[in-house]
Design a protein around this ligand. Structure first.
Ligand code: PLP
Length: 390
């Protein structure tokens, strides 16, 4: 068997991380990995998570198997968190998954089972794992450009590229804090995507992995909720990795919305069959923690606001400095972008120069994680950007 083993390229991100760790320059800045960092450079466990874990450790009575759909209480909570007080809460079928990635894979398998010829339309640039997950399930993926002018999405370009989308195709949109561009649709642009999906009978798949990292948990779900008001069938992948900092606990959910309630039981059974054949059921710990946070959310939401405000303050500080330095408008757009990521308008050579001359590590395609920055480093970064763009 192993004589057929091909040479497989490693993930460039992890190779770069090794390079960063080996870099001995004291001023080095890691803007690579997609995790939140605080002002000390740590990815802390949220206090409310720690509190919940202590409670669970004291009270947990059994480690017996849970349901195939995972933690049912968690599923109810996360559906409410995502949909708000929508009447469509009655029309969702949600299962707990192994993080947001697991949700994407379960939904991909669902699409491949029910509609194998569907083309999945995916933003370019986009989340690095969308294509492999969809293709891993046997689906065909087509890109559409996700460009911006001064931080505002160029939606005409999107629709140019989506012109060939046909009935039954899938449109992946990021619920908020688009990875990697940080460019989210304006609410009127969300409406244009809804009109497009209705007119073309295209099924939306909203991947909302950063709810609460942009403007706030409610605001960040506004586009998704507008979709839910107007489109009957929609798919949602969500994750507690970022907004609860539960990264390694692999806590997320896959949701299908349809008003045809007669189909809910079959839908749930099919979703469960998919997970059963993959990993049986998701781990419980993260969802048990998340349920405790959802039960009494105020203190957790305050902690989440601290993360969000830190990122937004960094964006404002960097944008202001770049404006004072008369930097290119395309650079100043960082202030309008949302969430942890931005795409710098730099070539691969300029990104390399940023790394080699200034010890600032971002992806070669221009993606940086703003949360990798400390306030005291903003000046250094702004000067380095001006330098490599000269
Ligand atoms: C857009 C997007 N979707 C999904 C995920 C997957 O999240 P998880 O770590 O919960 O699998 C990520 C993680 O970076 C992401 O950026």
């Amino acid at each position: 068997m192993l004589e057929n083993l091909p040479v497989v390229q490693g993930d460039p991100l992890w190779a770069l991380l090794h390079q960063f760790n080996a870099d001995t320059r004291t001023q080095k800045i890691d803007m690579l990995v997609g995790v939140y960092r605080d002002e000390t450079g740590q990815t802390p466990v949220m206090q409310q998570v720690q509190k919940a874990e202590l409670k669970l450790a004291k009270e947990a009575a059994s480690k017996s198997y849970k349901m195939l759909s995972g933690n049912l209480e968690f599923n109810d909570h996360i559906a409410k968190f995502v949909l708000g007080n929508s009447p469509r809460l009655d029309e969702q079928c949600t299962i707990q998954t192994v993080g947001g990635s697991g949700a994407l894979r379960v939904l991909a398998d669902l699409i491949a089972t029910l509609s194998p010829d569907a083309v999945v339309w995916n933003t370019e640039p986009g989340y690095l794992n969308h294509r492999p997950i969809m293709e891993g399930a046997g689906l065909t993926v087509s890109p559409f450009r996700w460009q911006h002018n001064g931080g505002i999405l160029d939606i005409e370009t999107c629709f140019e590229d989506l012109a060939d989308a046909k009935e039954g195709d899938i449109l992946i949109l990021h619920g908020s804090c688009h990875n990697p561009s940080g460019v989210d649709p304006l609410i009127e642009q969300w409406q244009q995507f809804i009109d497009f999906c209705i007119a073309k009978k295209v099924v939306p798949l909203i991947d909302i992995a950063y709810q609460g990292f942009g403007v706030g948990p409610e605001e960040d779900a506004a586009g998704l909720r507008l979709f839910a008001e107007q489109v009957d069938l929609m798919l949602v992948a969500t994750s507690c990795s970022k907004n609860m900092g539960l990264y390694c606990e692999r806590t997320g959910a896959a949701m299908v919305l349809t008003s045809d309630k007669a189909q809910h039981q079959s839908l749930r059974t099919l979703l469960e069959r998919i997970t059963r054949a993959n990993y049986s059921m998701p781990p419980n710990h993260g969802s048990a923690v998340a349920s405790l946070l959802f039960n009494d959310p105020e203190a957790w939401l305050d902690e989440l606001a601290v993360c969000r405000n830190r990122i937004n303050d960094l964006r404002i500080a960097l944008g202001q400095l770049l404006s004072e330095m008369d930097a290119d408008e395309s650079l100043q757009a960082v202030t309008r972008q949302k969430g942890m990521f931005s795409m710098l308008p730099l070539t691969a050579e300029q990104m390399m120069a940023l790394r080699e001359k200034h010890a600032i590590y971002g992806m070669l395609n221009g993606r940086i994680n703003i949360a990798g920055l400390k306030q005291e480093q903003v000046n250094y970064l702004a000067n380095a950007l001006i330098d490599v763009m000269k």
